[in-house]
Design a binder for this molecule. Structure first.
Ligand code: ADP
Ligand code: F6P
Length: 318
C-alpha cells in the first residue's frame, strides 16, 4: 500500500505533528508514505517526496508546515483535478490525507468523489468548521492572541488609552470571542452579531468613571473595519484610541500541547481508516472524542456561536 499526505490553505500550528503522525503510523504498518509539497499545487505539479521515519524527526514542536502549503485555483478546475488524479495514479497512491480548512476539504471531497481514498484532518486557526468542536491550530493561535492582549493592556492602562485589536478568523468570531474571555477584553465585535458602537462607548465611559484605565475592544477581522470602529469610538468617548492589527503573527509559533495531541491522534486515525479501506471522511473532536463524518455532511454543518462564552464575556467585562 502507498499513501500520501499534504497540507493546504492557511498553515496552522500543529500541521507538522499531523504529518509526523501520518508518516509514523504508515511506516509502523509497513506502508510507503509520500509527502506532497505545497498542497494541491504541488500535487498537480507532481512534487512528491518519499517520507521516512527520520523525515519527520524534530518536527512535532515546529510551527508552519514542513511540506509547504499553497492556494491553488487550478485545482478547482476540471483540468486541474484530472492532472492531480493522474499524478496519484502514476505514483500508485492508494490514499491521501489532507490537512487543511474548509476550502481544502472541498478539494478533498472532489478527490474522494473521483475514486481517490481521502481523509481530512481539520487544521485552521479560525475554528470555523461546524462539525468539530475545535480545529488544530486554534488553541495555539488563541495563546498568541491572549498574550498580545496582555501586552496591549499594559500600555493601554499606562496611557489611559483604548485599543482596538483586530484578530483573524475570516467569517468566524471564535478567536475574538475566546481571546476576549482569556484576555479580559471590555468589548468584542464579531461577524455573528450586530454591534452597537453607542453601547460600547457607554460601557467605556462608565468604566472610565469607575477609574478603569484601559479599554480593549477585540474585533474579528470579518466584523468590520478596525480603523473606522476606532474613529467612531474615539469621537463618542473622547478617549484616545489606538489600533493594532495582529495579522500573521497569529499563524506561527510552536503548537501548544492540545493542538499537538489532536494532530497526533487524528493523524494516526486517518491512516488506520485508509488501511481499512475507508474514504471520504473528515475527522473531528466532539465532547473530547474523536469522530469521523462524511465530507458532505461535515461541510454542511453550520458553525454555531457559543452563547455561553459570549454571556460570560459580557458579564465579566462589565
Ligand atoms: P482553507 O483550507 O484554509 O480553508 P482555502 O479556502 O484557501 O483554505 O482552500 C485551500 C485550497 O483548497 C484552495 O486553494 C483550492 O486549491 C482548494 N479548494 C478550495 N475550494 C475548493 C473547491 N470548491 N473545489 C476544489 N478545490 C477547492
Ligand atoms: O484561514 C486562516 C487565515 O489566517 C484567516 O484567519 C485569514 O483571513 C487568512 O487565513 C489570511 O490568509 P493569507 O495568509 O493568505 O493572507
Amino acid at each position: 500500500m502507498k499513501l500520501a499526505v499534504l497540507t493546504s490553505g492557511g498553515d496552522a500550528p500543529g500541521m507538522n505533528a499531523g504529518i509526523r503522525a501520518v508518516t509514523r503510523t504508515a511506516i509502523f504498518n509497513k506502508i510507503d508514505i509520500y509527502g506532497i509539497k505545497n498542497g494541491y499545487k504541488g500535487l498537480i505539479e507532481g512534487d512528491l517526496i518519499k517520507l521516512e521515519a527520520s523525515s519527520v524527526g524534530d518536527t512535532i514542536q515546529k510551527g508552519g508546515t514542513i511540506l509547504g502549503t499553497a492556494r491553488s485555483e487550478e485545482f478547482k478546475t476540471e483540468e486541474g483535478l484530472k492532472k492531480a488524479i493522474n499524478v496519484l495514479n502514476v505514483y500508485g497512491i492508494d490514499g491521501v490525507v489532507v490537512l487543511g480548512g474548509d476550502g481544502s476539504f472541498k478539494g478533498a471531497k472532489k478527490l474522494a468523489e473521483n475514486g481517490i481514498h481521502t481523509i481530512g484532518i481539520p487544521c485552521t486557526i479560525d475554528n470555523d468548521l461546524g462539525y468539530t468542536d475545535f480545529t488544530i491550530g486554534f488553541w495555539t493561535a488563541l495563546e498568541t492572541v491572549t498574550s498580545a492582549i496582555g501586552n496591549l493592556r499594559d500600555t493601554s492602562s499606562s496611557h489611559g488609552r483604548a485599543v482596538v485589536i483586530e484578530v483573524m478568523g475570516r467569517d468566524c468570531g471564535d478567536l475574538a470571542l475566546y481571546s476576549a474571555l482569556a484576555g479580559g477584553g471590555e468589548s468584542i465585535i464579531i461577524p455573528e452579531r450586530e454591534y452597537d458602537i453607542d453601547k460600547i462607548a457607554k460601557k467605556a465611559r462608565e468604566g472610565l468613571m469607575r477609574g478603569k484605565k484601559h479599554n480593549l475592544i477585540i474585533v474579528a477581522e470579518g466584523a468590520g473595519n478596525v480603523f473606522k470602529i476606532a474613529k467612531e469610538f474615539e469621537e463618542k468617548t473622547h478617549i484616545e484610541t489606538k489600533v493594532t492589527v495582529l495579522g500573521h503573527v497569529q499563524r506561527g509559533g510552536s503548537p501548544c500541547a492540545q493542538d499537538r495531541i489532536m494532530a497526533s491522534t487524528m493523524g494516526m486515525r486517518a491512516v488506520e481508516l485508509l488501511m481499512a479501506g475507508n474514504t471520504d471522511f473528515a475527522l473531528g473532536m466532539c465532547n473530547g472524542k474523536l469522530i469521523e463524518m462524511k465530507f458532505e455532511e461535515a461541510l454542511n454543518m453550520p458553525k454555531k456561536l457559543d452563547y455561553q462564552i459570549l454571556d460570560t464575556v459580557n458579564v465579566l467585562s462589565v
